[in-house]
Design a protein around this ligand. Sequence first.
Ligand SMILES: *[C@@H]1O[C@H](CO)[C@@H](O)[C@H](O)[C@H]1NC(C)=O
Ligand SMILES: *[C@@H]1O[C@H](CO)[C@@H](O)[C@H](O)[C@H]1NC(C)=O
Ligand SMILES: *[C@@H]1O[C@H](CO)[C@@H](O)[C@H](O)[C@H]1NC(C)=O
Ligand SMILES: *[C@@H]1O[C@H](CO)[C@@H](O)[C@H](O)[C@H]1NC(C)=O
Ligand SMILES: *[C@@H]1O[C@H](CO)[C@@H](O)[C@H](O)[C@H]1NC(C)=O
Length: 486
Amino acid sequence: MTKHFKTAITTSLCLLAAHPFSSALTFTVPSQVGTGDYFYAPLDPAPIGISFEFFAFPSYFTNVTATQQCLANWKALTGVWPPIRIGGTTQDRAQYDSNTSAYVVYSVADAKDAPSVLTFGPKFMTLAGMYEGSVVIGLNRGKNEIENTIAAAKVAVSEVKNLLAIELGNEPEYWVKDGQPITSGVDWTPATDAASQNNWNIQVGSAVGKTNIIQAGNWNEAPPKWGAAQLITTENATVESYVRHYAHHNYPGGSIQSLMSHSAIARNIHTFDTDIAAARAIGKQYVFGETNSVSGGGAAGVSPTFGAGLWTMDYALRATYSNMSRTYFHHGTVGNCQYCFWGRYSMGAPYYGAYAAVALMAGASHLTALDSGSTNYAAYATFDSRGLPLRVILYNSDYFAGSGTRTTQSFTLTGLTSSTVRAKRLTAASATSRVDQGSPPSFGGQQFDNGSCAMSGTETFETKPVSGGQATFSVKATEALLVYLQ
Ligand SMILES: *[C@@H]1O[C@H](CO)[C@@H](O)[C@H](O)[C@H]1NC(C)=O
Ligand SMILES: *[C@@H]1O[C@H](CO)[C@@H](O)[C@H](O)[C@H]1NC(C)=O
Ligand SMILES: *[C@@H]1O[C@H](CO)[C@@H](O)[C@H](O)[C@H]1NC(C)=O
Ligand SMILES: *[C@@H]1O[C@H](CO)[C@@H](O)[C@H](O)[C@H]1NC(C)=O
Ligand SMILES: *[C@@H]1O[C@H](CO)[C@@H](O)[C@H](O)[C@H]1NC(C)=O
């Protein structure tokens, strides 16, 4: 990235030694999309989606009350149902059984386990077809049973009316370790996996009679070794015609503090710059097909916290800013999922962060970052279809764990055109706050009820006067503020 940012970062002296404000930050809101020295990302109608672990998908949609409402809350903001992806490790353990009337058939020793083998029937696809948003379905490549996968793909095409794409295999770089049959006797490398993906893309795509249908890639190990840029160099025009877009998985991990750090988030997202550019160069989208805070269902001390919620918000926005078209946050085993946004009995703090990011982008056509990504402080602006600034979100990623003084950062926005602006605050007691431990966050004074995901509380806006096109906002450490410009 060679562009620099016109953002003025002014340092004002703190005259009062005990003043809890640090130096002021000033961001100019561009008056029109495309102006100034900024990158503007075009927005999908719903850039934030949910990934459901393959075997758990029917449970989420038939036996977890919050699912419908949590998705509907976002539709209420954007006008479209959030995109979903159904897949994960268990997609490569699953076999299609046209004879079963069940959604999925498996047995586990403990309800907290994921099955090591399972079958699924046509009803699985019928259920996916009832969803009103776009659906990506992950099918099996690891077992090397292409006829079975083609049979499943045909049912997916006929039953899932909003089918966006089909994945052929999840995280293939781990298949040697997993003992997946397709790697047997093969030196399984990025090159042999690419040859396998390309061959399957053509065979499955032609069997279902559809081009533009495959979500390719789907690795978790960081690029460039496993990545879209290297895959694309192996594809001819026939293969490319079957690929709709490219996907990567990502679980940054770390402590709450390192996870939620804005500069760390920006650095992490830059890992994908080359791959995104390679996909865009051939006119294809690039998505985070499966992601969340910490791999393996999440870390108990990190993933359910408000700090991870702020990571969710900033990470989804930074990915979108980098032209990642959609980000699918993974949801695993019901009842054993630290990073899940919701479960049967309790909400997760990350849902609040995702909700604020959805609220920033709702109905917008473009997004830009007003900051360079090198500090703890972030500002993103969205623009409407006329190109006018719509909203700005301000994020203070200074870490506050609940003890000592909670500092405040002031953000000044210039270039405002109205006489007042309204704002909603995303806050919680501290970065370690957890809903299930009695400390739910709030957004604009509202909360999401455990078990139902219904919004409760009174919607509360703060109002700020604008003077000379400027307004100054206070954002506490570990907090964000969504400013409505229209
Ligand atoms: C729904 O979930 C409950 C709680 O885990 C479980 O006991 C029940 O069997 C599930 N029902 C179905 C239809 O999956
Ligand atoms: C499904 O049932 C048909 C007819 O009974 C049988 O021929 C076929 O082998 C069965 N398939 C599977 C996968 O069990
Ligand atoms: C394109 O590549 C595939 C393998 O990935 C190969 O089977 C096919 O013949 C190639 N098509 C052309 C037109 O070269
Ligand atoms: C994202 O895509 C838009 C055009 O679609 C482009 O103008 C912009 O520079 C891209 N952003 C980055 C970070 O490359
Ligand atoms: C959810 O459950 C927690 C823990 O029992 C409780 O403290 C909280 O108030 C409940 N409601 C909401 C909206 O989070």
